[in-house]
Design a protein around this ligand. Structure first.
Ligand code: FES
Length: 332
């Protein structure tokens, strides 16, 4: 099984013949992991932002199991751990207050533990940049899997978008043009499934950014949260991270100036959130790529807008996925 050319980071813990190895192996054996799990196979940390306090990331528990299957199949050893989860819908006064705290949590967990590679499970707005920032500071082979956008919201036979239509409905309620009963009906139809907001708001923008940066498998940003193709993508993500460890494909080899420029162009083409600028600057700073506000203007201002998505446009992420995503994700 040990076909990895480079000495694995985790071997400092697990290959030690003395006290450190005794403790590291022994306390994982008490979880049922037999001797062969410590034969030099890549140890993959699955960094999970699942939380009951963050409904946008609720399906990450299921997706983590899919990732584990993929890691095992490829000859790796997955170890899942929780990190701070920032949910936009419940946290006050603002999740932005805690983004850097969450990134420190991720960074220190990755650095302190016997991990050779990382799978970052993200979803709601700040969880994606926080995890990327923390992982960039450690620079292990790293891949991202997001919770995926919710299915299109529905109200009175039309599609409604999270965020975008909440404001409209609240204004209508205040104006007396919508009743409290209608308001509650809309509330029940808006968030119909697992997943994050399904407009091109910050969460979808962050997922598209990650895919454009090359840190997520193709189609990963757009597959709806409850679509079974996302589960299969989880399995493939587990396969891929083990390969990445064997290729020594650390984050800094992927997150280059060229990748960042590509993400800026993609964001302009899809009409992504302005929060993209704030978060990408922070991520670039962690990986050591120089990036300025002028770069966003220079690279993005000439790009044609290719996607017609809420909040500025008409459609939702489920529509964004359907024409391209069905063709691109394999195996089916
Ligand atoms: Fe979590 Fe919008 S509230 S993505």
């Amino acid at each position: 099984m040990s076909d990895t050319p480079k000495k694995l980071r985790s071997s400092t813990w697990f290959s030690d013949p003395m006290h450190t190895g005794f403790v590291a192996r022994g306390w994982l054996k008490n979880q049922g992991h037999p001797e062969q799990m410590f034969d030099g196979r890549p140890v993959i940390g699955i960094c999970n932002t699942f939380s009951d306090l963050n409904p946008c990331n609720a399906n990450l528990r299921i997706l983590a199991e899919q990732v584990k299957r993929g890691v095992y199949e490829a000859g790796g050893f997955p170890l899942e751990f929780p990190v701070t989860s920032l949910g936009e819908t419940l946290m006050k006064p603002t999740t932005m207050l805690f983004r850097n705290l969450a990134s420190m949590d991720v960074e220190e967990n990755l650095r302190a533990n016997p991990l050779d590679g990382a799978v970052l499970l993200t979803g709601c707005d700040k969880t994606t940049p926080a995890l990327l920032m923390g992982a960039a500071s450690v620079d292990l082979p790293t891949i991202v899997l997001s919770s995926g956008p919710m299915l299109n919201g529905k109200y009175e036979n039309r599609d409604i978008g999270s965020g975008t239509d909440v404001y409209k409905f609240t204004t209508e309620l205040r104006a007396g043009t919508m009743s409290q009963t209608e308001y509650l009906e809309a509330e029940g139809g808006m968030s119909r499934s697992d997943g994050h907001c399904m407009t091109m708001g910050t969460a979808s923008t962050m997922a598209c950014m990650v895919e454009a940066l090359g840190l997520m498998l193709p189609s990963g940003a757009a597959i709806p949260g409850p679509d079974s193709r996302r589960k299969r993508l989880g399995h493939l993500t587990g396969n891929r991270i083990v390969e990445m460890v064997r290729e020594d494909l650390v984050m800094s080899k992927v997150l280059t100036r060229a990748a960042i420029e590509n993400a800026i162009k993609v964001n302009a083409a899809i009409g992504g959130s302005t929060n993209f600028v704030v978060h990408l600057l922070a991520i670039a700073g962690r990986i050591g790529v120089e990036l300025t506000l002028e770069d966003f203007d220079h690279l993005g201002s000439g790009m044609p807008l290719l996607a017609n998505l809420m909040p500025s446009g008409q459609y939702l992420m489920e529509d964004f996925f359907t024409p391209v995503g069905c063709r691109r994700l394999s195996p089916s």
